[in-house]
Write a protein that binds this ligand. Structure first.
Ligand SMILES: Nc1nc2c(c(=O)[nH]1)N[C@H]1C(S)=C(S)[C@@H](COP(=O)(O)OP(=O)(O)OC[C@H]3O[C@@H](n4cnc5c(N)ncnc54)[C@H](O)[C@@H]3O)O[C@H]1N2
Ligand code: MOO
Length: 390
């Protein structure tokens, strides 16, 4: 059995970045930026008022000073000309500051008179002018690759971007296997259960930016599994769940082998997820996840998320881990790395009492996985451990 780290490296070796495509900015949220965005203009493009008030010369500002108001500058309707001594310009937030002015007095600090304004006794000190290019200057860049968050979309729009180069989204064919499975919505017979793995994995894959092609449930016979594999043609990645272990009905490996699978590995020293496999089938990278529902989701986090990120051009890296103190002790670990379902609070991280890989209710209540190295001895509360956020 190989280590989780080695298995992830071998998964990375099966994959490559998929390249870029054009995308209108209005549809680019959540996509991965594939080429830098270069600002076509300064923002703001002119010195702009930060408040509603009056533009004046700062040297003339003192309590009780009076100014003639010679016009106004509004956002989208600036003032052409300059202000002279003793003059003020009515100005609004976002409007260009006229030549000759270097301070905005907010309107709350003024009294209107018949010919203009008089300043009150207490004056706000700030100049309230945003210099041209204060936010960014023409030529400044948003670097690629980057996931286009709402804030980055806003910044890109402000920089003048209209069409963006984004990474092509990987198409992932997801296949559940097993005679016991029915689709959600179908009525299971007494010896059947509802297929949950594919929906959970689809949600995880879509969250990372993949396009999911859900294949029909493949039954535990070679004909049916073979047909399901052929339905995956054209996909960038095949993900199977179940049928990975050593039972008489675990046929994913033999069927993949009959289709000429080039194996990358089978079995990983991890818990849950031991019967994990990967390779290339029908010339498509394939990851075969174990059927136990928690095993398939944990492998989804540990292997599929980084795999999708690599294909999106985000590089080959395991999920980020951080060090957090144990809020309660944990027992000694066995020979496989253990990804323990856990709850992270301000007090630290607590492993769930039940770690059976069939317990979706425990996984759903967890917000983190504690990563225990193989043979890690029992640890008391307070010891720092590695945690993956879910
Ligand atoms: N003799 C041994 N038995 C098992 C071993 C072993 O090393 N020797 N490994 C165990 C481990 S660890 C795991 S994990 C499981 C994985 O088995 P499979 O990948 O072959 O999965 P199945 O047998 O098909 O299913 C296991 C379990 O999960 C349920 N399942 C399957 N698919 C779905 C789905 N899409 N949605 C919801 N639930 C699903 C299935 O009904 C079974 O209950 O093998 C152990 N056995
Ligand atoms: O190691 Mo298997 O993946 O749950 O329970």
């Amino acid at each position: 059995m190989i280590s989780t780290e080695e298995a992830l490296e071998r998964v990375f070796d099966l994959l490559s970045p998929l390249g870029a495509e054009d995308c209108p900015i209005a549809e680019a949220a959540g996509r991965i930026l594939a080429a830098p965005i270069i600002a076509t203009r300064n923002q703001p493009p002119f010195a702009a008022s930060a408040m509603d008030g009056y533009a004046v010369k700062s040297a003339e500002v003192h309590p009780g000073a009076s100014f003639r108001v010679i016009g106004q500058s509004a956002a989208g309707a600036g003032f052409t000309g300059a202000i002279g001594p003793g003059e003020a310009l009515r100005i609004f937030t976002g409007a260009p500051v006229p030549e000759g002015a270097d301070r905005i007095v907010i309107q709350e600090d003024t009294i209107q008179t018949s010919s203009g304004i008089t300043l009150r006794d207490t004056l706000d000190e700030a100049p309230y002018i945003r210099p041209a290019g204060n936010d960014f200057k023409a030529g400044e860049q948003i670097e690629a690759p980057a996931r286009l968050t709402p804030s980055l979309i806003s910044l890109a729009a402000s920089m003048g971007a209209r069409n963006l180069q984004v990474a092509r989204r990987p198409v992932v064919a997801v296949m559940a296997t097993g005679d016991e499975l029915v689709m959600p919505g179908e009525v299971p017979a007494e010896d059947q259960i509802i297929a949950s793995n594919t929906l959970g994995l689809a949600a995880l894959l879509r969250e990372e930016g993949a396009i999911v092609r859900a294949l029909p449930i493949a039954r535990d016979n070679a004909e049916n599994l073979t047909a399901a594999f052929h339905l995956a043609k054209g996909a960038d990645l095949i993900v199977t769940t179940g049928g990975a272990s050593v039972g008489d009905h675990d046929l994913v490996r033999p069927v993949a082998a009959s289709l000429g699978m080039e194996p990358a590995f089978y079995k990983v020293a991890m818990r849950p997820g031991k019967p994990l496999m990967a390779g290339r089938v029908l010339d498509i990278p394939m990851i075969g996840l174990p059927g136990n529902p928690v095993s398939s989701m944990v492998c989804g986090h540990v292997f599929l998320r980084p795999a999708i990120r690599l294909m999106l051009g985000l590089g080959a890296a395991p999920l980020p881990r951080r060090r957090v103190a144990l809020a309660a002790p944990v027992g000694a670990n066995g020979p496989r790395a253990h990804y323990m379902r856990a709850t992270l609070t301000a007090d630290g991280v607590t492993a769930a009492t039940r770690q059976d890989s069939a317990l979706l209710s425990v996984l759903a209540g967890a917000n983190a996985l504690i990563h225990r190295p193989p043979h890690d001895p029992a640890q008391p509360a307070g010891v720092m451990v590695e945690v993956l956020d879910l």
